[in-house]
Design a protein around this ligand. Sequence first.
Ligand SMILES: [Zn+2]
Length: 485
Amino acid sequence: MQRRWARPERRSDGELDSIRKGRDMKLTFAGAAQTVTGSQTLFEHRGFAGLVDCGLYQGPKPLRLLNWTKPDFYDRVRAILLSHAHIDHSGLLPRWASWGYKGPVYCTKPTADLLEVMLRDAARLQEEDARYANRSRHSQHDPALPLYTTEDAEAILKRVVAVELGQWQELSPNLSFRFLRAGHILGSAVIQLAAKTESGSRLVTFSGDLGGGRSELLRDPDPVLETDALVLESTYGNRKIVSEGREDRLAAVVNKVHARQGTLVLPAFALGRTQDLLLSLFRLWRDGKIPEVPVYLDSPMATEVTEIYAKHRREFWPDERGDEILHALKSGWFKVIESPDDSMFLCTSPEPKIVISASGMLQGGRVLHHLKQALPKKQNAVLFVGFQGAQTKGRLLLDGLLSLRIHHQEIPVEAEVLYLDGFSAHADQGDLLDWVRRFHRKPQQILLNHGEIEGMQIFAQLIEQEFKVRPELPKLNEQVMIQGT
Ligand SMILES: [Zn+2]
């Protein structure tokens, strides 16, 4: 399938006039538009074009197919700014390398370190999945090809430029950017663009993914004092997250599944949520609130990610509490599974256990192999702790599907399927509104992305009521002019 790129809409004479004068900043929502993956927004100002985020589409096949097609603006892009290292914001970078992109990829220092692990792992997964598809002949393509290779990942890693939080960096004589702390995962940043205009300058702020202050492994988001326009994520725009008592609720699930000698599978983003879960399980285990059930972290990058947390520990707690956190992340009390063979062996082991594995929304990765074994048996359970995008396997399971298609096999769902609130790395409705409240100079233009349409519409109404600005909800490839630039 070819990706269809919208042509620019018809413009008024006034708009055409300001474009000819080169004053406008234009955004094109090339991903995460009314959906929660594939984050990618093109910004163009006075002849300079760049991207905010370069994320992989995950979820249903029509979305995933978008990963394969080169956008028509590809040749114009001269810089990529990354909000954070999650794959739905960074995972298309090696694809850009395969097309020949040689510009800089700017990000914070922790993000630069995490990208080394995340992108190599993403490439390895692409290669592993293609190999597995060829071996088991479950691909319609012969041979199945990876979206990108380890070489592509290495090529783009050479383009990464780490910059300090808070410092303005020049992209062109008319355009600068800076990163501010977003509190979503280690290294995550809000991105602010400053565009020179005839009347001074305009600030455009991209929230990226915002945290809600629920993770002990992160500091809260920095307040952003001023902006003219705001591109705001809205994943939980219609929801409140209840984090109180989350550890006790987790203990109850672990104890219930262990009492019936079952396996508990925890699908989780390998970065961020996995570390929060490990910290909670460690405390429950240490305090005797859960039995000594074996805990496996089935992730080839677990050890490296822990090292990066240790290196950047000033990003969370510089005191003894940081020691406890780092201790909880270091294996010893849990086991790390790195090699694919050990992972396959673990899948088929009948012992009662807890397995934490990616991907969090079940779009791929090792967790699918665990579910193939775990789902058909009543004593087992799957516990979701994060957002499940529309039509992802995770959402289908939560919606009560009786069988799940994994690697072209129908797997009956006999295991218990559960959801636990409180571990999300995202800001909820109240957190998002609070963050906007803290701007001294409030945005005059608000654009919502990274959300699903029903939730976005509810959230948009709340924003309009409180801030007297009607948010725009751009569709895929919709172009929006930033007012006043
Ligand atoms: Zn994220």
